[in-house]
Design a protein around this ligand. Sequence first.
Ligand SMILES: Cc1cc2nc3c(=O)[nH]c(=O)nc-3n(C[C@H](O)[C@H](O)[C@H](O)COP(=O)(O)OP(=O)(O)OC[C@H]3O[C@@H](n4cnc5c(N)ncnc54)[C@H](O)[C@@H]3O)c2cc1C
Length: 217
Amino acid sequence: MDVLIVGASAAGLSTAEALRRLGHDGRLTLLDAEPHLPYDRPPLSKQVLAGAWEPERARLRGQAQLDALEAEFVRGERAVSLDVAGRAVTTASGRVLRADAVVLATGLTPCRLPGQGGLAGVHVLRGLDDALTLRAHLTGGTRLVVVGEGVLGGEIAATARGLGLEVTLAGLGPAVLGDQLGPFVSDLLTRTHAARGVRLRLGVAVESLEGEGGRVT
Ligand SMILES: Cc1cc2nc3c(=O)[nH]c(=O)nc-3n(C[C@H](O)[C@H](O)[C@H](O)COP(=O)(O)OP(=O)(O)OC[C@H]3O[C@@H](n4cnc5c(N)ncnc54)[C@H](O)[C@@H]3O)c2cc1C
């Protein structure tokens, strides 16, 4: 039985490993739009963004572990359609991959805000390249507005503030990580951000982004 896994990150890779562990000896293909070898996302908003880690340190597995899977890694190719009946996936370059079983492990994509398209100076943080691009812009004198008072927003605000930037954190909830941590801990966290100099604009829905001369203001 041939298995094709779309998405070679934490979920896709551990599915491949579990299949091999359970004795699957058929062909195994992992397809991912990313050009990079599988990497862990948690350090992207912390050590990688702060410049404390080289990107290689965030890799999920070493080369020997990947080789031991005896899988084919197809990287840098985005799946654009799935033929369920025919068990076939077509990529953006027109390549067709067939298998007896297809696993979709494609994760999430960040929300975008009205007005975001085409404006310079706006970042999302989901992948390694996003983290490196944002990192390159986190230089002294830059004013940063982080939209989202959840886990990533809080981490990015703290990391950027640690690098000396002027940071404003805006979000819908009344406290940083309020939904996840409850009032006591989120209140403590909110006060810690404020004490470290993060300007908080909480209980605020960001409706759209505005720019001047093609650059966000
Ligand atoms: C910056 C950041 C920090 C985080 N920090 C933490 C943390 O501290 N603790 C924690 O528990 N969790 C954290 N998370 C969440 C954690 O990383 C995710 O839960 C985890 O990555 C989910 O793994 P996944 O394999 O399901 O999806 P993803 O890691 O999103 O992987 C999906 C993969 O599918 C690929 N893909 C998507 N669409 C296609 C397509 N059409 N064709 C081909 N390939 C495709 C993508 O390129 C990607 O490699 C963080 C996430 C981010 C972004």
